[in-house]
Design a protein around this ligand. Structure first.
Ligand code: 3UK
Length: 534
């Protein structure tokens, strides 16, 4: 059997059977890794070897730290995990905190100690935490004191979770206190490149959460794929943005990518579009990661918050409407880099450089990945024909003990659940989630296309389009619209919006029902919760 550093083999024992794994390919020289690798050694210890020890790695409104300081603090936490909390390689560790330096150091510490990180979104409630703890048989937790309550509420139903330490806490057994007595030296566990490093639960809007398992190799690969080929960071870059570290979009963009390139990251615990712009101003950030809805709102306030330091912006999590792309470009001069990624693939696999943008497209398969569009029988679709997006490359889907493995992985392809079409040049155009396609009077209608049309109307701040049941037409297209300040929701507005859509896309797609709202329901990762609109 292959080498593993894990004494607790739970993760390996619960990988899907090999025959249900996607096909992996490591053709690119930058992803040919040795058999033994620990991603924290790659991202942190190596940064000192690279001469970045005195570079600032994390910035916050309350202070900053260098790579060398982060390494010492990470080592202290790793020592606490092993010596005070009895962590054995392979144990699962729940991490719970907003984006802050301790959360980042805890993440790296679990890696160094050979544990498996299960990070959770700050807003999760006891019920959701319980599902995750039970599914991943989590034994340890490191938790920001301010998020203690829901974890405590979950504990009666979490028999495996026995060791917990809180940070930003002054109790004598808090992580802060234990760290004061711990050594800043730690011998990193010599993990296999194929030992599981993290179990990321999908931020899926429906159904039971799925745990996706990623190896140490996958964490390093995500840094050597999208950033290396497409984003191209430099040590002088200052990253900033909103996605939580518990979401792999944020884990990459807000921590691992800057660290792979000797750059720094500004961690924000909470952000509004205005506070994000102010933070970019204050820290002279050069790179921004956030969701499309944030970019749209940032564009609206850009005049009052000029951000001349900003050079590159990455949007993911949801489709980037062309209206938002154009609005942001007008306001800031920046061509947003759209990136399609998923928790299953760990990070972005379809994207584009700012120079190779094509309107309406998410981009092309980035170097290292192959992508195609398949019909219902698994055969490739001709250019221009809508089907199921399928992708393969150096990373891929491995669910923790879950039958849905065979839905996501088909014939070696990762099938993301997105309806896409490809043009003759290999650019991919998002349509909708496959199960969100609206079928009305025999027509297939993609909600995001109607949203894209509505967003071009001057009165529309935000909108969501769904299909609602209708006797005559099976479904009808319904739009929920948030108006910009100064516009009145009335029948005249409804008519105006409907005519506007009819004039810009095929008239049968227009929203027969329009409802006005003051905000739209979204997940912590910025995704519209369509099921709530229905
Ligand atoms: C949708 C997009 C159109 C799409 C993610 C970047 O979102 C991430 O992971 P999730 O598992 O969701 C995956 C699904 O979200 N989606 C994401 N990005 C785009 N749709 N254009 C986009 N640019 O339906 C996809 O299947 O929450 C994104 C990096 C890491 C991630 N985990």
């Amino acid at each position: 059997m292959a080498y593993t550093a894990h004494i607790d083999t739970f993760a390996r024992d619960n990988l899907p059977p090999r025959k249900y794994w996607p096909e992996f390919s490591f053709d690119l020289p930058e992803v040919k890794y040795p058999a033994r690798m620990n991603c924290a050694a790659e991202l942190l210890d190596k940064s000192l070897e690279n001469g970045w020890g005195q570079n600032i790695v994390i910035r916050t409104p309350d202070g900053q730290c260098t790579y060398e300081q982060l390494l010492a603090q990470t080592n202290r936490i790793a020592n606490v995990l092993v010596r005070n909390m009895g962590l054995k390689p392979g144990n699962r560790v729940l991490l719970r905190g907003p984006n802050n330096p301790v959360m980042a150091a805890c993440w790296m510490a679990v890696m160094k100690a050979g544990g498996i990180v299960v990070a959770t979104m700050p807003l999760l409630r006891a019920k959701e935490l319980t599902e995750i703890v039970v599914k991943a048989e989590i034994t340890h937790a490191l938790c920001d004191k301010r998020l203690q309550q829901e974890l405590v509420n979950a504990l009666p139903d979490c028999p495996t979770l026995k060791k917990i330490a809180y940070w930003y806490d002054d109790a004598s057994d808090s992580l802060d206190e234990l760290c004061k007595k711990a050594s800043g030296e730690f011998r990193t566990v010599d993990t296999s490149a194929e030992d599981v490093a993290l179990i990321a639960f999908t931020s899926g809007t429906t159904g039971k959460p799925k745990g996706t398992m990623h190896f140490h190799r996958d964490v390093v690969a995500m840094c050597d794929l999208f950033p290396r080929s497409t984003l191209k960071p430099e040590p002088t870059d200052i990253f900033c943005g909103t996605p939580p570290l518990a979401f792999t979009f944020g884990l990459g963009g807000m921590l691992c990518f800057p660290m792979r390139f000797g750059a720094s990251t500004v961690l924000m615990e909470r952000a509004t579009p205005e506070s994000l712009m102010e933070t970019i101003q204050k820290f002279k950030s050069t790179v921004c990661f956030t969701a499309p809805t944030f970019f749209r709102q940032m564009a609206q306030v850009a005049k009052a918050h000029p951000t001349p330091s900003l050079k590159k912006c990455v949007s993911a999590g949801e489709a980037l409407p062309d209206a938002t792309r154009q609005m942001f470009k007008q306001a800031t001069g920046i061509e947003i880099i759209d990136g399609l990624g998923s928790t299953e693939m760990i990070h972005i696999f379809i994207s584009h450089t700012p120079e190779r943008t094509r309107r309406g497209a998410s981009g092309y398969a980035i170097p290292g990945y192959k992508a195609t569009v398949l019909d219902d029988n698994g055969k490739p679709c001709a250019p221009g024909v809508v089907g199921h997006l399928a992708v393969k490359g150096p990373t891929g889907c491995r669910y923790l003990a879950d039958d849905r493995q065979r839905t996501y992985v088909r014939n070696g392809w990762n099938v993301t659940g997105d309806a896409y079409k490809m043009d003759a040049d290999g650019y991919f155009y998002y349509q909708a989630r496959t199960d969100d396609m609206i079928i009305s009077a025999g027509y297939n209608i993609a909600g995001p296309e109607v949203e894209g049309a509505l967003l071009k109307h001057e009165a529309v701040a935000e909108c969501g389009v769904v299909g609602i049941a209708d006797e005559e037409r099976t479904q009808i297209v319904k739009a929920v619209v948030v108006l910009k300040p100064g516009y009145t929701p009335n029948d005249q507005m409804v008519k105006g919006l409907q005519d506007f859509v009819k004039n810009s896309i095929a008239p049968y797609k227009y929203p027969r029902a329009i409802e006005f709202a003051t905000s739209l329901p979204r997940t912590e990762t910025g995704k519209l919760q369509r099921f709530k609109l229905k």
